[in-house]
Design a protein. Structure first.
Length: 257
């Protein structure tokens, strides 16, 4: 169960319990109150169904379905000096930073990330431009990393800061790729930081060394070249404030499929 859902459910439980303690005999005798309770129950059901749907798994495929030629899109090889230097030493001094609203900031080597609880899945990647490819991904479960970092209760979004500048013409400092997701997607079981594709080391064009897989959303949410993960309460003040490189340029922040 996601943090959000757990928190939300305990909130609902607490407020109902509060009502009962307020004097349930008197309230139960009151037909308006019974009507209210029914409405509240219906609302709870509907909201819960929505949440349950968001936790449903994306379709998974068989090895025979894997695309022979998975398309690559956006940045194919970052030219940013930091990335170029890291690639030259095969990411020996790379550290995945996990920070922001956490009690225990992490600085992880690639070996640390590979040692974390993992998941492997064969899924279809759908790009907003109208193409799809099926690939097999193995990566660290984002939920495991976030649990290790101990999210603070104020954390609402997880931001992925990437190595690549996709828009060198941006003069406001918002030219670097980044993306963000809420805690429901962050704790979704298929949300992983992938380091393998089709049983091999993740190729540079697909986001080496780490790329996000957030299987219930469109391709542009799947941040490649992830350098830093940041837990935040608000997306204001990051990039142009819309929660992602493409959302800053008019795409929907939530790109559910
Ligand atoms: N860092 C970074 N992540 C990115 C992009 C990018 O340009 N830079 N492009 C996005 C888009 S639009 C898509 S469709 C997918 C493409 O992933 P692929 O190259 O592995 O197919 O990555 C997404 N993540
Ligand atoms: Mo895309």
């Amino acid at each position: 169960m996601s943090l959000d859902r757990r928190r939300w459910l305990s909130g609902v439980g607490a407020s109902l319990a509060g009502l009962w303690l307020a004097g349930c005999d008197r309230l139960v005798a009151n037909s308006t109150f019974n009507g209210m309770l029914k409405v509240a129950e219906k609302w709870t059901e509907r909201a819960q169904r929505l949440i349950t749907d968001r936790n449903a798994l994306a379709r998974e495929f068989a090895p025979a379905d894997i695309s022979a030629d998975f398309k690559a899109n956006g940045t194919l090889r970052p030219q940013d000096p930091e990335y170029v230097a890291l690639l030259a030493e095969n990411f020996a001094s790379y550290r995945l930073q996990v920070g922001g609203l956490v009690d225990q900031p992490l600085s992880l080597t690639l070996a640390d990330v590979r040692a974390a609880p993992s998941r492997t899945q064969i899924t279809r990647h759908d790009c907003v431009e109208g193409w799809s490819s099926i690939g097999k991904w193995k990566g660290a479960r984002l939920s495991a990393l976030l649990d290790r970092a101990k999210l603070k209760p104020e954390a609402r979004y997880i931001v992925f800061h990437c190595a690549d500048t996709l828009d060198p013409s941006a003069t406001d400092g918002a030219g670097k790729y980044y993306e963000s997701i809420d805690l429901i997607d962050a704790y979704h079981p298929q949300t992983i930081l992938a380091y393998q594709m089709n049983d091999a080391t993740l190729p540079v064009r697909h986001g080496y060394p780490l790329r996000l897989r957030v299987e219930r959303q469109l391709g542009y949410k799947h941040a490649k070249y992830v350098m830093r993960i940041e837990a935040v309460a608000s997306l204001d003040g990051i990039g142009r404030g819309q929660g992602g490189f493409w959302p800053d340029r008019g795409y929907e922040w939530y790109a559910g499929i």
